[in-house]
Design a protein around this ligand. Structure first.
Ligand SMILES: Nc1ncnc2c1ncn2[C@@H]1O[C@H](COP(=O)(O)OP(=O)(O)OP(=O)(O)O)[C@@H](O)[C@H]1O
Length: 700
């Protein structure tokens, strides 16, 4: 959707070039920092501060101090020892200090003549000539009091070609420009909200953060965020939350096809299943059914721990779509998982008058053309695949339902972008999102606040917890022996190789080597290998062989993390578990314990383990509950890691920091609710300020 231009230019939108000292070249450089307008400079906050409120006498200096000093030059000399450098000795009557420069210009040598008085700021270190400052910031002064700054000096994040002093000067001008014009930067937060949280006004907050008074230095140095910073982070979180809510509301305004499922079709489908739905599955299926019956689109997330039986619940929704004459698209994050869904759905829908098709990026040529044709003419009622489902070349006849499995991997922006797809005849499809990745409640607020949530909080009957133990890799031979014994009892097992995740090549290599070594150690065991770099058909063949019990041990990379379902496989060895997140380990472990026999997970770690490493593995031993594990993971690793940098499309914040400002999240939904009810007029301005008009959230 094209970006709507701002209709009323206001002082906030002034380009940075209106500031003294910022020409076209500097402006281009500042743009790399996301700074285009004067207002952007205000929200470009200092990383830290320097205290230049007093001059420290030279006889009070200690190594490690970062201080402002003043003295007269005694001599300046070239030093040949070690790396060439220039030493300039200064003294203030009480003590002396050496300044060391590794690059020294002619201009500097002319400036730093004996007797000249200079002020310097920098860190004190111990050098071979006593206490020294290396490359200090310095300037010549007549009167030392000129050096003193009444406020703490901000240190901003920089980009190449823009100096600290240039950005400081620009920020100072931006502050005075915006703060002196009353409406230039409007405080949108209602006064009662600021008061109840004891937050400063926006103007005061920005002023404090760009030039904090020295009395705040103790608080800043102790690492406690200032209320001014808290306020901005709060406002930013709030804006994101409101944007998601707004997106949901906007989407729900669209007409959607009402999908209904008659009792007879439903009963026939359920009767053909080899199990009865759990109470939790029934409840969630009913919630979905009620949503789909509306002529407004559903936006629902189904959260359920690994193995809780989400797929069949999604199948019921697809059945409703089918019964109402609409198509369903089911998207999974990996080929492996989508192939597995494809097999399940093909089986479940075999007796129904429709075709279930598979579409992935790897599908080429004639088959691809035929698949696209069947989706366009409606002869395929269900299509399952990877994100290739939503490429421009794919057109649906009448898409009524989109199911996204494990969308946590896709990220919030991709999910929202998908909403744009698939509308037919002005109708928007219903959306069902399934995730087994439990997200701690506070984080879910930012990730999922645009969705209604259903939880399958019960496992199918007869499931036993996976007995988990941590074993040092020094006992690898014992573990191999255990596999041999296990396989002799007609059971199957997984051996998962993990490595640094970014390198799929290395991960696959490791799996290949491990498979070779295990084949040598266990000649009687039939060993299969599956990894991400194999062709889809090869992977499929290996998986199928494993399912059919033609293979006893499956060596795999983390590609099997989601969805793989082979109930007879009840033993899993995970190598280097210390390198993975707890939730990911829980997902992997969820591949076993899917039948009603005993099952085991052996975490084969590299000794020695760090203290945290031990704690983390202990959590897995103690708990089989994905939510408990995710909460503990959050405590031990922090939100950045839990949300995962490896995942694409996560929210990028300008100022807020999930780690530092985590406790603010708790209060966001209530504050957002108050705003929706009593101050709806500030929603858009807040979103514009923090997210901008062109970003995905609000565009539906
Ligand atoms: N009510 C039930 N009773 C017994 N078995 C069930 C029930 N519901 C589903 N199952 C079976 O449990 C297994 C797990 O189901 P499914 O694959 O849907 O789980 P899931 O929630 O998607 O788990 P994961 O997130 O691990 O993929 C499957 O073999 C499925 O056939």
């Amino acid at each position: 959707m094209p970006t709507e231009p701002h209709q009323h230019p206001d002082p906030r939108s002034l380009p940075v070039t209106t500031l003294n000292g910022i020409g076209a070249q500097s402006a281009a450089r500042l743009e790399k920092l996301g700074i285009r307008h004067v207002q952007d400079l205000l929200f470009h906050l200092p990383l830290r501060y320097q205290d230049r409120s007093r001059i420290t006498p030279l006889n009070q200096l200690l190594p490690g101090m970062t201080v402002l000093v003043c003295g007269r030059v005694e001599f300046t000399d070239q030093i040949q020892r070690g790396r060439n450098s220039v030493i300039c000795r200064i003294a203030d009557g009480g003590g002396e200090l050496s300044l060391r420069f590794f690059h020294f210009s002619v201009q500097q040598s002319q400036q730093l003549k004996p007797g000249v008085q200079i002020g310097c700021f920098g860190e004190i270190r111990y050098g071979f000539a006593g206490l020294e400052m290396v490359h200090p910031e310095y300037r010549l002064v007549d009167d030392p009091t000129q050096l003193i700054e009444q406020t703490l000096t901000p240190v901003y994040p920089l980009t190449e070609g823009v100096s600290q002093s240039a950005i400081r000067k620009a920020a100072r001008q931006a502050l005075s420009l915006c703060l002196h014009s009353r409406d230039a930067i409007k405080d949108w937060l209602p006064a009662e909200l600021l008061q109840s949280r004891d937050y400063p006004s926006l103007q005061d907050a920005l002023h404090t953060l760009h030039s904090p008074p020295p009395q705040l230095s103790a608080q800043i140095l102790s690492g406690t965020p200032l209320p001014a910073l808290r306020r901005l982070a709060f406002e930013e979180f709030l804006a994101h939350h409101l944007a998601l809510l707004q997106g949901k509301q906007a989407y729900k305004q669209w007409p959607a096809p009402a999908l209904s499922l008659d009792g007879q079709t439903k009963q026939a489908f359920l009767a053909a299943l080899p199990f009865r739905l759990t109470a939790a599955q029934q409840r969630v299926a009913a919630e979905i059914e009620a949503d789909c019956r509306q002529n407004r689109p559903m936006l629902r997330l189904v959260q359920g721990d690994v193995g809780s039986g989400k797929t069949v619940v999604a199948a019921l929704a697809a059945l409703a779509a089918l019964a109402s004459g609409y198509q369903t698209a089911i998207m999974a994050p990996t080929e492996l998982l989508s192939e597995q869904h494809f097999r399940n759905f093909t089986h479940w829908f075999a007796d129904l008058p429709t075709r279930v098709l598979f579409l992935s990026g790897q599908l080429k040529g004639k088959t691809r053309q035929q698949t696209l044709q069947a989706l366009a003419d409606g002869s395929a009622g269900i299509v399952i695949g990877t994100h290739a489902l939503f490429q421009d070349s794919v057109h649906f006849h009448k898409l009524g339902l989109i199911v996204i499995d494990e969308q946590h991997r896709f990220g919030v922006h991709q999910r929202l972008a998908l909403r744009e797809k698939g509308q037919t005849g002005g109708l928007r499809p219903h959306q069902l999102i399934m995730t087994a990745t439990p997200i701690p409640r506070t984080l879910a607020m930012l990730q999922y606040s645009d969705l209604d949530i259903s939880v399958i909080d019960e496992l199918p009957p007869g499931r036993k917890p996976v007995a988990t133990s941590a074993i040092s890799s020094e006992r690898r031979a014992d573990v191999i022996g255990r596999i041999e014994h296990w396989v002799a009892q007609q059971r199957q097992a997984y051996w998962v190789c993990t490595l640094i995740e970014e390198s799929e090549v290395l991960q696959c290599e490791a799996a290949e080597k491990t498979a070779a070594a295990l084949r040598q150690a266990l000649p009687k065991v039939r060993i299969g290998l599956v990894h991400g770099r194999m062709k889809s058909a090869e992977k499929d063949a290996v998986m199928q062989a494993f399912k059919n019990r033609e293979c006893d041990l499956l060596v795999a990379t983390t590609v099997i993390e989601v969805g793989v379902d082979v109930p007879n496989a009840g033993l899993m060895v995970i190598e280097n578990p210390e390198r993975l997140g707890l939730s990911q380990l829980h997902q992997l472990r969820g591949r076993v314990g899917r039948g009603n026999q005993d099952s085991y997970c052996l975490l084969l770690y590299q000794a020695p383990l760090s203290q945290t490493g031990k704690q983390r593995l202990a959590i897995l031993k103690q708990s089989n509950d994905g939510f408990v594990i995710a909460e503990k993971d959050l405590e031990l690793r922090g939100p950045g890691e839990v949300m995962g940098t490896r995942q694409t499309g996560q929210i990028q914040f300008k100022i807020a920091d999930l780690e530092r400002d985590r406790e603010l999240l708790e209060s966001i939904p209530a504050a957002a609710q108050t705003i929706v009810q009593h101050h709806p007029e500030i929603i858009q301005p807040l979103i514009d300020r923090w997210i901008g008009r062109s970003r995905h959230y609000a565009e539906v």
